[in-house]
Design a protein around this ligand. Structure first.
Ligand code: SF4
Length: 385
């Protein structure tokens, strides 16, 4: 039956538009069914901004504890601007994509120093903040200031692609532009912010990527994919992701007088600003032990002490997977090499107050330097030594 419908429907104009009442139907459903998520308690622009940044490339359930922790520690844009960057990275630890935290911090400082703490209110002004692109600017403008704009993220893009049975590449600029225009045509004038939230909510809870729950959908009658396809979940067409690169590295954990040597990564780039033990990637045909000795020599500027193999840690980051071979050693206090500019000899309790990549945290746990529980407790203290 649906096959026959599809044949008929495909002969219709390719871009038939869902009824304009789809917007109000969606908002009414949202008012009845929305989940009580922490970022919905307030529509103040700072909370909306933090939530939208945190939710980029992160699922709601995963982001929730980090959001609560971040807002508890930095409840206002001024408190965030005042904090040193390592404290911000520590609170962010585990949430991934650390450039987001660095940009939040830089943008908070910009708002406080250049705008006397007053949040920008237009899409154009919002886009001048570090890390704020078209989506986040539009989300803040719509949700916090109720401006009539469409903010299209992955969930909304998927829903819209199904409403209009879009067969093009939804990641392309041309298709995104078309979907935004389509959505602007059904945006309810009275509730643009709630419409945007509702669109995301529908994508998160009903119009799921592979298996949309169409029988439960409040706007089923407006959905062209539902009307014409056996499987509305086949749209939008999915691209196969390339496999993540795999990195094999050696890490050297050296203790001297009850302290461990750590170093801070460069402020930008992958895991930027986080602290880790000395070490690095294996060179072609190099063994982990040789790499460990070479890395120590290069980074510390003195020969490595006797090293014992401790074990291997595996971790999957968003952009790559790592396999870290850890080696332990000890240097007498009187022979301890002085730290280079980005390095510090820290006590175990200081180590766990620093922002650490997840894999470094796992190595510290494996070596018994800290307990698992302490590794997850952020604090405001800075390293010494
Ligand atoms: Fe998504 Fe199905 Fe609703 Fe269409 S009818 S919007 S495919 S859940």
């Amino acid at each position: 039956m649906r096959r026959a419908e599809e044949t008929v429907a495909l002969s219709r104009p390719p871009r038939a538009v869902p009824s304009a009442s789809v917007g109000s139907a969606l908002v009414a459903w949202f008012d009845r069914s929305r989940r009580p998520l922490p970022w919905r308690r307030s529509h103040d622009p700072y909370s909306v901004w933090v939530a939208e940044v945190m939710l980029q490339q992160t699922r709601v359930a995963q982001a929730m504890p980090y959001y609560e922790r971040f807002l508890a520690r930095f409840p206002t844009v001024r408190s965030l601007a005042r904090a040193p960057l390592p404290s911000v990275l520590k609170i962010w630890q585990g949430a991934g994509y650390y450039s987001r935290a660095r940009n939040l911090h830089a943008a908070a400082r910009q708002i406080v120093t250049e705008r006397r703490g007053i949040f920008p209110q237009t899409v154009d002004e919002l886009e001048t903040l570090p890390g704020v692109g078209p989506y986040i600017a539009r989300a803040i403008a719509a949700i916090a200031f109720d401006l009539p704009v469409v903010a299209l993220e992955a969930n909304g893009r998927r829903v819209a692609a199904r409403w209009w049975a879009e067969r093009g590449d939804v990641r392309s600029t041309a298709v995104t532009k078309r979907l935004v225009q389509d959505l602007e045509g059904v945006l309810p004038r009275r509730h643009p912010g709630r419409f945007n939230e509702a669109l995301m909510e529908l994508g998160e809870t009903v119009c799921l990527p592979s298996h949309p729950d169409c029988p439960r959908c409040p706007v089923q009658e407006h959905c062209r994919a539902y009307a014409i396809l056996d499987d509305p979940g086949s749209l939008p067409r999915r691209r196969r992701r390339p496999p993540r690169p795999h990195v094999v590295a050696a890490v050297v954990v050296v203790e001297s007088g009850g302290r461990y040597l750590v170093q801070q990564r460069a402020p930008t780039g992958l895991l930027g600003g986080l602290y880790e033990f000395p070490g690095g990637k294996l060179e072609p045909r190099e063994s982990p032990r040789t790499a460990a000795r070479r890395e120590w020599r290069e980074e510390v500027g003195s020969p490595a002490p006797g090293l014992t193999y401790v074990g291997v840690v595996h971790h999957a980051y968003s952009h790559f997977t790592v396999e870290l071979h850890a080696f332990g050693g000890r240097i007498p206090l009187q022979a301890r090499p002085p730290p280079q500019s980005s390095q510090a000899w820290v006590r175990p309790e200081e180590l766990m107050q620093l922002p650490l990549p997840k894999a470094t945290e796992k190595i510290a746990e494996m070596l018994g330097i800290v307990s698992d529980r302490r590794a997850r407790e952020p604090s405001r203290r800075r390293p010494s030594g």
